[in-house]
Design a protein around this ligand. Structure first.
Ligand SMILES: [Zn+2]
Length: 65
């Protein structure tokens, strides 16, 4: 079992999930904003964060993991 740190692509909330091999990571909705898009915290650079902030919101369901 591997633990992954995910970060909400919309509000930046972080969440730790357990990841089983060959299974999808089910992060679910963000508890804070309800968004469904998550990325690995370690994958997010300041550049990516800035691009995401400038992207129009409202595209729910986009999964980065
Ligand atoms: Zn969020």
């Amino acid at each position: 079992m591997e633990r992954l740190n995910l970060e909400c692509l919309r509000c930046g909330e972080t969440r730790e999930v357990e990841h089983e091999p060959r299974r999808r990571v089910e992060a679910g909705e963000c508890a804070r904003c309800g968004y469904l898009g998550w990325a690995l915290t370690t994958d997010l650079t300041e550049l990516v964060r800035r691009l995401l902030r400038e992207r129009p919101l409202g595209r729910r369901g986009l999964r980065a993991v």
